[in-house]
Write a protein that binds this ligand. Sequence first.
Ligand code: BGC
Ligand code: CA
Length: 277
Amino acid sequence: MDSEDIYENAGRRDIKNTTGAQTQSHGRDEAKDLKHRGSRCLVLISVGLGLICVLLLVFIILLNITITAERDMIKSYKNTVEEFNQTINSLQHNHTDLTQKNLELETKVKDLTAEKNQLQRDFDSLNKKNLVLETRVNDLTAEKSQLQRDFDSLNQKGPVCFFMSTELKSWSDSRQYCRDRGADLVIINTEEKQKFISSLVSEKVWIGLSDRETEGVMKWVDNSTLKQGFWLKGEPNNANNEDCIEMNFNRGKPGWSPLNSWNDLPCSEKKKGICEK
Ligand code: BGC
Ligand code: CA
């Protein structure tokens, strides 16, 4: 039984026992009311304090949650920063590698450019040589055709015969000597023929070549121009208005050889001639 009940029972007893002592009873009611109010206050204060405690607890829990979340966040930031640093390091490493590779490639490009330029020069030079060779091939083809024509015409003519005039005469008279006998002064247009005629003679003789028509333009008696000459060293020198050609036989003369034996002389000089029929 709490104090309230005690007061209540006591009050009831007082009412039953004494009707006159109402004043005393009234005082007791006031005290009872006061106590009752005090109890209520206590309850209210307790409830308030309880609520404050609950609120504080909630606040602390929420604070704890927030702090934990922030810690996690900071941890996560730290991790992110660490990863970021690692990425930067790795990128720096890659950048160094790439710079090195770039330098190597630049050197390679330089080398290849130099090589390409050299190849271009070689190509140009080969192209030039090729052009020269093509021209030479064309010349040789033309020469071959000419030789073929000469060969055919010789074949038509029948066997060739060479003979030497018996008298010493000027170039023109020697030519006339040959013509009077159905021949002409010899035309020498191959190495073989040069060697052959050279082997026949044992003195200086006229051959069918001169530049009487135009100084410096050597022509054979058939009017064809000279292609290959078999000159002594330093000849033709036109030393003394020399337009007619002799074959020199002097085997002792310096520079003489079967393929180097021609000299230009004044056409009026008197010597024998080699005729070809
Ligand atoms: C020269 C010849 C020249 C000749 C004339 C020689 O001494 O070497 O070039 O044709 O004299 O006689
Ligand atoms: Ca001469």
